[in-house]
Design a binder for this molecule. Sequence first.
Ligand SMILES: NC(=O)c1ccc[n+]([C@@H]2O[C@H](COP(=O)([O-])OP(=O)(O)OC[C@H]3O[C@@H](n4cnc5c(N)ncnc54)[C@H](OP(=O)(O)O)[C@@H]3O)[C@@H](O)[C@H]2O)c1
Length: 311
Amino acid sequence: MRALVIDHSAPTHLSMAEISDPIPAPDEALVKVAAVSLNRGEVKGATSPETPDGTVIGWDAAGVVVKAAADGSGPAEGTRVVTLGAAAGWAELRAVPAAMLGQVPEDADLGAMSTLPVAGLSALHVLRRAGQLLGRRVMITGASGGVGRFAIQLAARAGAEVVAISGNPAQADGLRALGAHEVHTDPATVERPVFTVLDNIGGQQLVDAFAALEAHGTLFSVGRASETDAVLPPEALLGTEGRHDRSIRTFFLLSDPATDFSADLTWLAAEVAAGRLDPGTSWRGPWARHDEAVQTLLGRRLHGKAVLDIN
Ligand SMILES: NC(=O)c1ccc[n+]([C@@H]2O[C@H](COP(=O)([O-])OP(=O)(O)OC[C@H]3O[C@@H](n4cnc5c(N)ncnc54)[C@H](OP(=O)(O)O)[C@@H]3O)[C@@H](O)[C@H]2O)c1
């Protein structure tokens, strides 16, 4: 089969190669991949010299089951699915256990479905950890990105007052249309405190977002798109203006290998298919154009998700 493999001699550290088909374990279905989406983490990870040439990366992929799992778990041959994995998604075939795939409605666009696994599940799981959001202010940094767009929509649906942060003022109208009540370019300019922060950026934005938390509020550190470190000044940790018991929690979607994502993936897929959740696809093309997609993402010109059609 063909796959996008790590190739450190290529400009984006990726190139197309012919490799062996995956051999599914007894609990894995074999999926013919129709579309994949890109995530900042894996695209950056591809550049790491620690990832050997020839590695097939890729977390998000959607397609059709061509061989059901031998042990009877998971969907039957012919089922349309959206899949998550720690690697091996950017290929014509992927072997996936039942816990890492969701079923996709019959007429749904598999490209739109491929945007869901990492970005959609991360937004959903962080917001669940934040607890009841009805009537509470939730700040989302990196709001124009893949995680941010899903988080705005899901937080608004949970009844939160959503404060979106995007460095690009041109994004404001689009983010309001997704459900943001306020849009700022900088968390330091937000006047009223927030109950929860979903931080995708790190560095100074994390510090300023933490300063915007109300007493008992929590900042979830999801990403570090700025690639800079957060240095919290001592006064930030002393409960400024009586706002005590604030906390910072780390988040990693794949932290627990026992997590079963199938129900959440199936729900997210149904929401997108029904038009109730916007996947935010802002770049789409054949996988031969992977370099262009990667450069658009890393150049901060992508505002949403990039999808590659596997053809
Ligand atoms: N912990 C986990 O399990 C987990 C899961 C998913 C994602 N992540 C991480 O979460 C972060 C967001 O993921 P994503 O897929 O949403 O990424 P993304 O689509 O690239 O979005 C990130 C957003 O951050 C802003 N941004 C980009 N570079 C920046 C910079 N240098 N300084 C400040 N802002 C910058 C951009 O918005 P503007 O240009 O509009 O400001 C961009 O839309 C990434 O760091 C990713 O690796 C972690």
